[in-house]
Design a binder for this molecule. Structure first.
Ligand code: URA
Length: 433
């Protein structure tokens, strides 16, 4: 085989075979095929797309480029979720222990924040001592001992994605449905899971703003994951307003703890119960989604999910006392408030600006490798659609002196006051069998 012939085939509308995908990705990961061939192929896939079978071969070849996790000592069904992310999306944090409290195991590999979205690993690391950079052996031990392991991608896991994603990032080739689907699913499939639920966001804070593109991504990922033996469904949910009342790192941990104590914002609890309930139904632990939702809700209300999370925190080196003693979490020194400039009904216009405000405060990354300040964040004072009066506080900005002017300017541009406004529904639709 040769790389030029593969490029020409894709250029002319052909579909890559399994052997071609395997050969190309093996050579690329080994450094034998240079970046310019890989970026040309990615650009051709971006323009031409991929047929379902071709995408399955490509994803399998990505998965096979590295080590796969296996947990022979864990007999329980293994599940995970993936969210396309957004502002205040902390669902994974209460969801993982709630699922484990309901009798499934959760080997969860998450990412870090970049640009306007936060990352689960950064949020977890705001718990004093909490370690997410676990070796494969440590990850397996946490899963065996608690039913949950919360880690980051290791160099051995799907190295093809690591290289391809970096290349897509610098060449403007992120927003392609087959490239996104293969990137996300190769990493999820490497966890050795039995079932997966996808949370595909729509709205101004979403990775894919347009609803129809999000729906297409959901359908593509379900077909692909199911063809590779993982029971999968998806929900398209709202990211045209922040999820919950808090966005940042330690502040999102606070809100996750509230959820694990049976409280917290209603929309956060609803998504935790929905996604958890779906996974319990997909694995046959509960007969259907409604029974699954009730089971998850019970684990939040009876303290079992919270107790399980205390064990996970301890197993990963963190201080579980912060579940009760919130002053142990990082807390910013100062607060400023964005106030309503007029009377009216609050409508979010540009959620991306809220994410960039958090980044300006130091709570997110502009480039990979930036250090983050876990304490800073935003606390929303009113719900979208609420009628507010001039001068009323809308957003508390918790800061440590850095980037405040930029953050305030971005927040001021992120909303408007209307005469009337009906917020989008939280849950738009479900996809799956
Ligand atoms: N997240 C990923 O892991 N990969 C993509 O391609 C996009 C989002």
């Amino acid at each position: 085989m040769d790389a030029r012939a593969i490029l020409q085939k894709k250029r002319d509308g052909g579909a890559l075979t399994r052997e071609e995908s395997e050969w190309f990705l093996r050579g690329y990961v080994a450094g034998e095929i240079p970046d310019y061939f890989a970026s040309a192929l990615l650009a051709l896939v971006f323009v031409r797309g991929m047929e379902p079978q071709e995408l399955a071969h490509w994803t399998r070849a990505m998965l096979d480029s590295g080590e796969k996790l296996a947990f022979p000592r864990v007999a329980l069904p293994k599940v995970d979720k993936h969210s396309t992310g957004g502002i205040g999306d902390k669902v994974s944090i209460p969801l993982a222990p709630a699922l484990a409290a309901c009798g499934v195991a959760v080997p969860m590999i998450s990412g870090r924040g970049l640009g306007h979205t936060g990352g689960t690993l950064d949020k977890l690391e705001s718990i004093p001592g909490f370690r997410t950079q676990l070796s494969s052996a440590e990850f397996a031990r946490c899963l065996e001992n608690t039913g949950v392991a919360l880690g980051g991608q290791t160099p051995e896991l799907v190295p093809a994605d690591r290289k391809l994603y970096a290349l897509r990032d610098v060449t403007g080739l992120i927003e392609s449905i087959p490239l996104i689907a293969s990137s996300i699913l190769s990493k999820k499939l490497a966890e050795g899971i039995d079932a997966l639920v996808l949370d595909v966001k729509f709205g101004s804070g979403a990775f894919m703003v347009e609803r129809e593109r999000g729906a297409e991504l959901a359908r593509t990922m379900i077909r692909l994951a199911e063809s590779m033996g993982v029971r999968t469904s998806a929900f398209q949910t709202c990211m045209s307003r922040p999820l919950g009342r808090k966005a940042g790192n330690a502040v999102e941990i606070e809100e996750s703890f509230d959820c694990l104590a049976g409280g917290g914002p209603a929309e956060l609890r609803e998504l935790v119960c929905l996604q958890g309930g779906e996974l319990l139904a997909l694995t046959g632990r509960e007969p259907d989604l409604e029974a699954g939702k009730r089971r998850i809700a019970r684990s939040l209300d009876d303290g079992s999910a919270r107790e399980l999370f205390a064990r996970v925190i301890a197993a990963q080196g963190g201080d579980p006392r912060c579940l009760d003693e919130r002053e142990r979490l990082p807390r910013a020194r100062e607060s400023a408030f964005v106030r309503s400039p007029a009377d009216g009904v609050l409508a979010w216009r540009d959620l991306r600006a809220l994410g960039l405000a958090i980044t300006a405060l130091g709570g997110g990354r502009r480039v990979l490798g930036d250090a983050i300040d876990p304490a800073v964040g935003l606390v929303f004072q009113v719900d979208e659609g609420a009628r507010v009066t001039r001068g009323e506080p809308l957003v508390e900005v918790r800061h440590n002196g850095r980037g405040l002017d930029e953050a305030l300017r971005r927040i001021e541009g992120s909303f408007e006051l209307r005469a009337e406004h009906r917020p989008d529904p939280l849950i738009l639709q479900r996809f799956g069998a």
